[in-house]
Ligand binder design. Structure first.
Ligand code: SAH
Length: 238
């Protein structure tokens, strides 16, 4: 057993999410945007990762919005990991209430899990999490180590440019109130070029990139080719 204290954790971030842990499954609450984008990202993941029958890992899973949807979508088994115990409790209770049994949640850092069981997942997802950790490159390297040689890894985050400041901070937090104020720190956002560089350094090749656009009029999200604000990538071991 690894008894080291994980270092790549910003405890103020964990506290922030822990305080909201009871709200993960309130589809009109603080995590509404994650519920709204979930069908889109699930279909993107399935397009490259063909989830049915696969062993999937969701890193920084929170209350399990994506983890549980992958379990229900036919994954043989889905594991969700996070450093916020309270969120994992919420995730477990929700899975139980839904009768989803092919799922497990663990409070373990991605670095420790990678040391414990390398190359053991067909699909690894790490969505909307990297902008909350001190060292995103370490998360990316650990995800690369966790995936099987023929598996697929998915990352999503928020681009860093003036437009993303206006949309993700001013718009989503201050004006529209889509997410609570202080959810994001613009300086920790990651550009596609930075994400590509860190992925390549971890031995991953990018096989797909998609933006997630928000339409103010219809208040809906859609997959787009515009990565100016929210975006995700699919990668395979090189
Ligand atoms: N991936 C989920 C939740 C995103 S919110 C989804 O997209 O639906 C960001 C999550 O990252 C929170 O649950 C938070 O607790 C988690 N997190 C932040 N730092 C972390 C770390 N160092 N290790 C694991 N999870 C972390």
């Amino acid at each position: 057993m690894n008894t080291d204290i994980p270092t790549n954790v910003d405890h103020s971030e964990i506290d922030k999410f822990s305080r909201l842990a009871h709200k993960w499954w309130d589809k009109n609450g603080e995590f509404k945007p994650l519920h709204d984008i979930n069908p889109l990202r699930l279909s993107y993941i399935d397009q490259f990762g063909h989830i049915a029958g696969k062993n999937v890992l969701d890193v920084g899973c929170g209350g399990g919005i994506l983890t549980e949807s992958m379990a229900k979508h036919g994954a043989a088994h889905a594991m969700g990991i996070d450093m916020a115990e309270k969120s994992l409790k919420t995730a477990e209770i929700h899975a139980l209430s839904e009768g989803v049994s092919n799922i497990a949640y663990r409070c373990v850092s991605v670095e420790d899990l990678a040391a414990e069981q390398p190359h053991s997942f067909d699909v690894v997802t790490c969505m909307e999490m990297m902008e909350h950790v001190p060292d995103p490159a370490s998360v990316i390297a650990s995800c690369a180590k966790l995936v099987k040689p023929d598996g697929v890894v998915f990352f999503s985050t928020i681009n860093r440019n003036p437009k993303s400041y206006v949309h993700a901070i001013l718009g989503a937090e201050c004006i529209l109130g889509l997410v609570p104020r202080g959810t994001h720190d613009w300086q920790k956002f990651i550009t596609p070029a930075e994400l590509a560089r860190m992925s390549r350094a971890a031995g991953l090749d990018i096989i797909g990139t998609k933006g997630l656009g928000y339409n103010l009029l219809t208040q809906t999200y859609a997959l787009t080719d515009n990565t100016d604000v929210n975006y995700m990538i699919a990668c395979v071991p090189a």
